[in-house]
Write a protein that binds this ligand. Structure first.
Ligand SMILES: C[S@@+](CC[C@H](N)C(=O)[O-])C[C@H]1O[C@@H](n2cnc3c(N)ncnc32)[C@H](O)[C@@H]1O
Length: 179
């Protein structure tokens, strides 16, 4: 684990949870305006769900049949459970669960081998929704993970998914993939 990732994991999240997500309403407003119909009413697995702040937003806009969070950080799992969410402890670097719709919000750039992880998700799910930040000065200086440039995200998604729907909102790239 990189030092920045360790600091976020053991200090940042402990004191503030997913503080950055407090200002994400506008992002989820945008997402709700582009969700394909077939992505609603499904069983969602929210991979790397953090403290559940955005899991609740996913629940509101995707209207899922059910939603389960998957997270590695014990402190964040506790916080998400306090919000009434069902959460399972997992390390996405080692295992990917199976399910219907995988949601991956701002977590892929924290995964060690992004391509391997995406290929496992593609194998194990019928639908994938993901949103990731593109690298910029803010993320270079402050992000504990390793976001790619817009061009490199696209190359990765083209390579793994082939055909998919993609949108850009501010500095974020969104993907909807159906098997
Ligand atoms: C930037 S936060 C995003 C959290 C949430 N999805 C959101 O939208 O706010 C990244 C999350 O991924 C989790 N994470 C990072 N690496 C992980 C791994 N290997 N397995 C499981 N969760 C991981 C972190 O603990 C953190 O909660």
């Amino acid at each position: 684990m990189k030092i920045r990732e360790w600091l976020a994991d053991n200090i940042g999240y402990r004191f503030s949870g997913c503080l950055y997500a407090k200002s994400h309403d506008h992002i989820f407003d945008y997402i709700s305006s582009v969700i394909p119909n077939e992505f609603t009413g499904k069983e969602i697995s929210d991979l790397g769900c953090g403290d559940g702040t955005n899991t609740l937003r996913l629940k509101e806009i995707f209207k899922p049949k059910s939603i389960t969070g998957y997270e590695r950080n014990e402190y964040l799992i506790k916080k998400a459970k306090e919000k009434g969410l069902k959460v399972k402890r997992t390390d996405l670097n080692k295992e990917i669960s199976r399910g219907e719709l995988a949601a991956f919000t701002f977590s892929l750039h924290h995964i060690a081998d992004k391509e391997k992880c995406l290929r496992s998700i593609k194998r194990n799910f019928k639908y994938i929704f993901l949103i990731e930040p593109c690298n910029d000065l803010y993320h270079k200086l402050l992000d504990a993970g390793d976001p790619l440039s817009k061009e490199d995200w696209r190359k990765l998604f083209d390579k793994v998914f082939g055909k998919y729907k993609s949108y850009q909102y501010k500095n974020n790239i969104l993907v909807f993939y159906t098997k």
